[in-house]
Structure formats: C-alpha cells, structure tokens
Design a protein around this ligand. Structure first.
Ligand SMILES: [Mn+2]
Length: 378
C-alpha cells in the first residue's frame, strides 16, 4: 500500500502528499524553446504524462513520472524523435510492455526514428501518416487501453482525446472533434462541438510560456486539460469554468481592440501609448501586438492599477513601459533614470531591468518622456 502511494506521488496525483514530500528538481529544459517540459494527471485513474520529446530533459522527466511499478505503457500521438526512441528503449529494458499509436509517420527531422521504434516493438508499434488518420484517436478503440498502467501523450488536444478514448472516456461528437483538433485552420464553431470549440479557444487564456518559470504554463495547461476531461464526463462545474475563462478572455480582447481604436497616441517618435485609465480589463497580448504594428519601439500603457498607481505607491496612475522584443538590444530603459533617483513604488519609479520600467505621472512627465524624446529625436 505504501508503495502504491509512493508511486502515485511520483506522478503528482496526490496533491497534498506531492507537496509535502520533496521531489527531485526537474532537469534543465534543453528542448525546443517555448515548449512545455512535462505535466501529468490521472485520467480514469490511469496516470497520464504529457510531454514533447525534443531533449534529454524530456526523456528524464517522463521516465521519472511513469510509476516505477508500471508494466504496460501506451504512447499516443507522440511523434517519433531520437529522444522518444531512447525513452521507449529505457522502458523496454525495465521490462515494461510498450505500445505506440501515432500518426506522424514521415514527419519531423528524423523520420528514421519511427523505424527504430517499429523495430523495437514490432506489432505493438502502429505508426501511420496523417492522411490515414487525421486524428490520433482513430487508431484507438474506446476503452482499449483502460487496463494500462500509464499513458504518455502529446500535450495537445489530439493527444488528450486519444488518451481519453484509450481509457474509455467519450462524449457526443468526440470523434469529429478529434479529426479537427490537429488541423487548426479547420477549427470553428461550425466544425467542432460546443465543448471542442470552447476548448480550443481556452488555449488562448493560458499564460505565455516563461522559461524562468515553466511550471506556471505547465500547471495552467494541466488544469485546462483536467477541466476538459471532467466537462467531457458531464461535470457542469468544470464546463462552466472553461466557458467563463473563454468569455473573460474574449471580453479582454474586445476591450483591448477598443482601446487600440480609441485610446492610442504617439507621445514621441518610436513610442506608442494606450491610455487604459478607467477601462475594463483588457488583454495585454492584444494591446502589445496592436501597439507594435503601429510602429512602437517602446510600448506604454497608462493605467490605474499596479504597485505605483495603487498600494503601496498611492500615485493613482502608473505608466508601464516595455521595449519591443526586436529592439531590446538597442535600448536600455535604465539609462533614462537620473542618478540618485530612488526605485520604489512610493518614489513612483520601478526600474530594474533593461526592457521594463514603471513610473508615476510626475516621473513620466518630468524625466522619462523627455529622456525618450531626446533619445528618439532624429
Ligand atoms: Mn496529433
């Protein structure tokens, strides 16, 4: 029994215990930038690990997340790479029975990795191309792998619904959704079920990936996937949470578009500013993209929240500046700060990185805007 609890803890299914017992730190992420490292949660009590297979860290994280007593593991929708082949080889050496169902045949930089896996697993590897199976779920019967000890899947909706089908979870229209989840241009309110359409839009509500804190994106995506599974099983609360996340996000995008149309100005060359004081919550990505397409080198949002505007600064208004990505080596915002100026919310200035700066109305008017104007004067 103790052994079972330890096994579950490894895959993070017993939240309280997982937090109480220190786990090994994750190896550094060496995969493709911007990709998630790994997350896992049980679906119908089957530990399921979602990961890409680009770097050594992916292999190590997945091998560690699979319960040590697992005898059978299904890999689904995991496109073949050398790292995937190594992961499978490590499991078969442990005596684990591995089955693969995938539809990425002939894709990727190392298509021969699929042949290696087929050689290792024989008939247990079923790897086809996308034309034969637009959705990976087509390669799986409902509940066919419900008795498996663990599943490893691609961290997208195609991998998720294939996993759900494997363990026996289904909903009306799931097969149709499964065909469309991997073909983004075909996704619409008409082609997907209501749940499927909500789910694909909910991806936009996830926080952007930050390689300093990958667990923020990983946990958000895990929660989203878990809600999707619960909603598919008929859990009205989970369904409501998905829908309200999408509504809140879309309201934020609409407000951002309104601000871009009505509240945008150019205080000086290279600077694009949005005055959001008094506005509803707006989507920051939409705002930033809109300012960038209007020629911003530095984006500025004037707002009535944040540590300078609110507590503890108490200045009422705050200017938040960001240097646009392609220009971050040309300009250091710290150079705009005069010698001896204090950096604190109370002083109305927060400057500690080269590409972000926050200031009060007074500091903006007296120091920062004049500095930018002379910097960008042609
Ligand atoms: Mn797929």
């Amino acid at each position: 029994m103790l052994f079972l609890v330890a096994g579950l803890t490894t895959v993070g299914t017993v939240r309280g215990i997982a937090q109480a017992i220190p786990t090994n730190p994750k190896p550094p992420h060496t995969g493709k930038p911007g990709e998630l490292l790994m997350f896992n949660f049980p679906i119908k009590n089957v530990p399921t690990v979602f990961s890409k297979f680009f770097g050594d860290a992916d292999r190590e994280a997945v091998l560690e997340a699979i319960p040590t007593d697992a005898k059978t593991v299904l890999f689904v929708d995991t496109g073949a790479t050398p790292v995937l082949a190594e992961t499978i080889a490590a499991l078969t050496e442990r005596g684990v029975g591995v089955v693969v169902r995938d539809h990425h045949k002939g894709e990727g930089r190392t298509p021969e990795a699929a042949e290696q896996i087929e050689e290792m697993l024989g008939g247990d590897a079923h790897i086809v191309d996308r034309a034969s199976a637009p959705g990976c779920a087509e390669l799986i019967g409902l509940g066919q792998f419900a008795g498996f000890d663990a599943i490893v899947a691609d961290p997208d909706y195609d991998g998720l619904v294939a996993t759900m089908k494997a363990v026996g979870v289904t909903y009306e229209g799931m097969d149709t959704d499964a065909e469309i989840f991997d073909v983004r241009p075909n996704q619409s309110a008409e082609t997907l079920t209501e749940l499927g359409w909500t789910a694909v839009r909910a991806l936009s509500t996830l926080p952007p990936f930050n390689k300093e804190r990958p667990e923020v994106s990983e946990n958000a995506k895990k929660d989203l996937f878990a809600r999707f599974v619960a909603a598919a099983e008929g859990n009205a609360e989970a369904r409501g949470e998905l829908e309200s996340a999408v509504e809140a996000y879309e309201a934020g995008v609409t407000e951002a578009k309104r601000l871009l149309a009505e509240k945008m100005s150019h205080p000086c060359k290279g600077i694009v500013m949005i005055d959001s004081v008094g506005a509803a919550r707006s989507d920051l990505n939409t705002l930033a993209r809109g300012m960038e397409t209007n020629g911003a080198i530095v984006t500025v949002v004037r707002k009535d929240f944040g540590p300078i505007a609110g507590k503890p600064g108490g200045h009422g208004v705050q200017y938040s500046l960001a240097v646009v990505r392609g220009h971050q080596s040309d300009l250091d915002l710290r150079d705009l700060v005069l010698e001896g100026m204090e950096s604190s919310p109370q002083a109305g200035l927060l400057s500690n990185t080269s590409f972000l700066l926050h200031c009060s109305e007074t500091v903006w008017t007296e120091t920062i805007l004049p500095g930018l104007s002379s910097r960008f004067a042609s």
